[in-house]
Design a protein around this ligand. Structure first.
Ligand SMILES: Cc1cc2nc3c(=O)[nH]c(=O)nc-3n(C[C@H](O)[C@H](O)[C@H](O)COP(=O)(O)O)c2cc1C
Length: 225
């Protein structure tokens, strides 16, 4: 599929077939997701893949009983480290090797900068990790759909319950859940109908920002009659 098709045909899917996703496909999807951009290329995300029935049931419980968690082949818990330094050394070594930075001195300065940023209050580090990890989640969603694997991003879960149930160590923000599975062919039209979007001229602001009057939603590419 070309990118425009991927974006236009993707839906948040709640009904899946029983077909499992083979490991090779999952790994191809995750590899594409790894190409998501991140602040300083620090790649703060971790993907916890939940596929066993019992574990999916536990996840559904902390997701307020949302059934698509158990119906999907797997659910991916997107976690984000709140430690900005977690992968900094490897990232700057890579920059050095590729001559993106000239020498060890610059690498040391970059590391010091990241260490200084890591002194931010926890709330700010949680926002920091959410930015990049959410982009990884979006990349995962598009990569999956390119393989015919549908998904649903989810914020409807109890983060504290998730951390407890899956014994997530301190220092990781539960950013989002993403269900993955092949879409049910008999999914209702409601599931497939494109939900409206705010029109471009309502949310795009050139040069200065002033909230625009609210207009009705539309579906891009359709004239709305
Ligand atoms: C951050 C985020 C959180 C969401 N949380 C949930 C959720 O908890 N449960 C759910 O069924 N859908 C959830 N959705 C899916 C949205 O309802 C869906 O993206 C939106 O209605 C637009 O539909 P579409 O994705 O099919 O275009 C979430 C989407 C996003 C981006």
């Amino acid at each position: 599929m070309d990118f425009d098709d991927i974006v236009r045909t993707r839906r948040s899917v709640h009904q899946y077939t029983d077909e499992p996703i083979d490991q090779e496909t999952l790994e191809a999807i995750f590899e594409t997701a790894s190409l998501a951009p991140s602040g300083y290329n620090l790649q703060p995300w971790e993907f916890l893949v939940i596929g066993e029935e019992k574990a999916k049931a536990n996840l559904a419980e902390v997701a307020y009983g949302q059934e698509h968690v158990t119906d999907a082949a797997v659910a991916v818990v997107i976690l984000g480290t709140t430690d900005l330094t977690a992968h900094a050394d490897a990232v700057f070594d890579d920059w050095l090797a590729k001559e993106y930075i000239p020498d060890e001195e610059v690498k040391t300065a970059l590391l010091e900068n990241v260490e200084a940023m890591n002194e931010m209050p926890e709330d700010e580090r949680r926002i920091w990790t959410t930015r990049s990890s959410a982009l990884a989640a979006m990349t995962l969603i598009y990569a999956a759909w390119d393989h015919g694997v549908a998904s649903c991003p989810m914020e409807g879960f109890d983060p504290a319950g998730l951390v407890e149930t899956f014994e997530i160590p301190d220092g990781y923000e539960p950013v989002m859940l993403v269900t993955l599975g092949y879409p049910a062919e008999d999914a209702s039209d409601i599931e497939n109908t494109r939900k409206g979007r705010r029109p471009v001229d309502e949310f795009v602001h050139y040069e200065s920002f002033e909230p625009a009057p609210k207009t009705s939603l539309e579906v891009p590419g359709e004239d709305g009659d």
